[in-house]
Write a protein that binds this ligand. Structure first.
Ligand code: SF4
Length: 645
């Protein structure tokens, strides 16, 4: 088969041949593929080898969607390996903010969409010298772009060369995109409706020209829901009010003051505790009930028109702020977009509205209005209905049919591939007698959990991670004395810490693997339990305390009800159980990252042993699973045997 010509390594591991053949055949006929294969299987070189020959034959471009920059770099590294023998090219694409050399964008914009907007303004008003240089030094620009488009290149390599030549790295990368066989980029370039059009225009393709690889695809449902949803907080409304005052926008000021009062009055009227569902009219009727001296908002149509006016005025304010050298952010704009979105999804069963009380970063209680997209397919279908062929893969996609239902994948073949890990390198234990089920969450249970965690830490040679279901359970373990009795250095994840602080914490924890080891205490679904790798001794054992079922709050109930309507009989499973089992699975997979990793996975909740939960865990974890009786010393003995082997 042609794909074996592209595979860059001398030998194939178990399952790789079948993996490549399956993808090759499917892509050839434009069918989709959904695969679960554990980390360490070698998915990246296999998928590249399978699709590159088809892309060439059918003149398609490959877009490889990744979650992190590290994953994108990995794709380019593998492509470079293939490039030693084959004529292939590809580029990794970081966001405009990361690629940009202009401080107005790098210092003053928050996300990709706002960076795109500001960059457009700078270019339009001739205020970016790097862009000007692109236009004035076209020969150099095209020479560099041509050089980069003939091989596999990392975006940071492009950025460095552009810095030396004072050229815009994003413009050079854009030129390379047109010619490259493969682009490794964030999911947002394909799934964010506002970013996708610009991206496709830059690439010079339509969706049906693309072979899409979705790496770590288990994240897709959550990402799609995020993209389809919107929210506005009291502090954003306050910031909008200040902006309207500064710009002497009396109508907008009156409208936003009105809206601020409305949010407070909704919370008062319903005696809001945590969160509560709202109806379309809960917001709109309160507007129409109010008279304003400045603005006519007595009808729904008038409110809708006014929201459009705010969006337009917000865009002007963004430009004005930019001209003043200030961060080009407008809260009037975001408030206008929110009201407009609220109106746009009226009568839609696949959206819900709710109000929530939340704690701000500063530790203050505040309120937020939310529009929640209940159906990931609102976002994914825009892509899936047109892309030529899609390969969705992850180490944790089980059950595959549920994933496909939720994201709306059709015309696909799916398979779970066997683990590449040696059986003797994995030990999975479930302890009876402990749980985080709410009636049992008390000091006595926390003490019992701490005693079991101590049994584990005492025997494990180096690093141990303990991931709990929530910060309150994490606090429960600390209040039951975990910190006092643990003999290794303990690193506790802090919900409110900046990502730079958390990076230092994780780095220090990992570094201690080279000494006597350490303990990391965090939460499942949090930043250290997903997306972060802990190979080798960086994690000899991962302890999962409980199953992270969401509190049955308003949004969860709405999700369950919606799924019950569209997937009869599976509402609670898709909307409540499965998201928790996926988080559990993700966190449990942190310790086995390299083929030689030898580590234990310990579930401290008897419920994980029930088939309903166990069957949603990846097969490679459960193949060698033992359920231990609730007896002191049992965990210690089982682990000692494993680590002494
Ligand atoms: S043109 Fe390039 S350097 Fe200038 S703002 Fe845009 S991305 Fe940044």
């Amino acid at each position: 088969m042609e794909y074996s010509d592209y595979f860059p390594y001398p030998t194939l591991r178990k399952g790789q041949e079948e993996f490549m053949e399956m993808i090759y055949k499917n892509v050839k006929i434009g069918r989709n593929t959904v695969i679960e294969a554990a980390t360490g299987f070698g998915k990246t070189p296999c998928v590249l080898s399978s699709i590159l020959p088809v892309a060439e034959e059918k003149a398609k471009k490959i877009v490889y969607c990744c979650r992190t920059h590290k994953q994108m770099d990995r794709v380019i590294e593998e492509l470079k390996e293939i490039g030693k023998e084959k004529n292939v090219s590809g580029v990794s694409l970081r966001g405009r903010k990361e690629m940009c050399l202009n401080p107005v964008v790098t210092d003053f914009t928050g996300d990709t969409a706002s960076a795109l907007y500001v960059c457009k303004l700078l270019k339009k008003h001739n205020r970016c010298k790097f862009y000007k240089n692109v236009k004035e030094n076209e020969d150099l620009f095209f020479e560099l772009a041509l050089k980069f488009s003939k091989r596999a290149v990392n975006s940071l390599e492009i950025k460095e060369v552009c810095r030396e030549n004072a050229l815009c790295p994003y413009e050079v990368t854009k030129e390379v995109l047109r010619e490259a066989d493969l682009i490794a980029c964030s999911y947002l370039y394909i799934f964010h409706p506002g970013i996708r059009d610009n991206f496709l225009e830059a690439v010079g393709c339509r969706l049906d020209d693309l072979i899409l690889v979705l790496d770590e695809a288990h994240n897709l449902p959550e990402l799609a829901v995020d993209l389809g949803s919107d929210r506005i907080s009291l502090s954003s409304l306050k910031a909008g009010i200040n902006e309207a005052t500064n710009y002497e926008e009396e109508e907008i000021l009156a409208f936003l003051e009105n809206m601020y009062e409305i949010v407070l009055s909704i919370a008062d009227d319903i005696k809001l505790e945590d969160e509560s569902l709202l109806t379309y009219q809960d917001l709109i009727s309160r507007f129409t009930g109010k008279k304003s001296q400045f603005v006519d908002i007595s009808t729904e149509k008038a409110i809708e028109d006014f929201s459009h006016y705010m969006v337009k005025r917000g865009e002007e304010i963004q430009k004005d702020k930019l001209n003043q050298g200030k961060p080009p952010r407008s809260f009037i704009h975001s408030c206008g977009v929110f009201v407009s979105n609220w109106i746009n999804v009226r009568d839609r069963k696949d959206y819900c509205y709710f109000i929530e009380r939340y704690i701000t970063r500063g530790g203050v209680s505040s309120l937020r209005l939310n529009i929640l997209d209940l159906d990931p397919r609102n976002i994914t279908n825009q892509v899936f209905s047109s892309a030529y062929s899609i390969i969705a893969m992850s180490g944790t996609l089980t059950p595959l049919n549920a994933f496909c239902d939720i994201v709306g994948m059709q015309n696909y073949e799916s398979k779970v591939f066997a683990s590449p890990f040696k059986r003797s390198n994995i030990l999975t234990l479930i302890s009876k007698g402990v749980t985080t089920k709410s009636p049992y969450r008390n000091l006595e249970m926390y003490r019992k959990l701490v005693q079991k965690i101590m049994e584990i830490i005492d025997v494990v040679p180096k690093n141990v991670a303990v991931f709990t279901v929530s910060y309150s359970v994490l606090e429960g373990l600390l209040s039951a004395g975990l910190q006092q009795i643990v003999k290794k250095p303990l690193f506790v994840e802090n919900k409110g810490s900046a990502s730079s602080e958390n990076d230092i914490l994780v780095k220090t924890f990992k570094a201690l693997a080279k000494k006597d080891g350490a303990v990391l205490l965090g939460v499942m679904g949090g930043r250290n339990a997903e997306g972060e790798d802990y190979p080798g001794d960086e994690m000899n054992a991962v302890v999962l305390v409980g199953i992270p079922y969401a509190k049955p709050m308003a949004r969860v109930q709405a999700q369950v009800k919606y799924y019950a309507d569209v997937f009869p009989g599976r509402g609670k499973y898709y909307g409540y159980y499965l998201p928790a089992h996926r988080k559990l699975n993700q966190a449990a997979g942190r310790a086995h990252r390299l083929l030689d990793d030898r580590a234990c996975i310990i579930f401290l909740d008897y419920r994980v042993g029930q088939p309903f939960v166990k069957n949603n865990l990846s097969k490679w974890m459960t193949e060698r699973l033992r359920i231990l009786e609730d007896k002191e010393g049992n965990l210690k003995r089982a682990l000692k045997v494993f680590f002494d082997m």
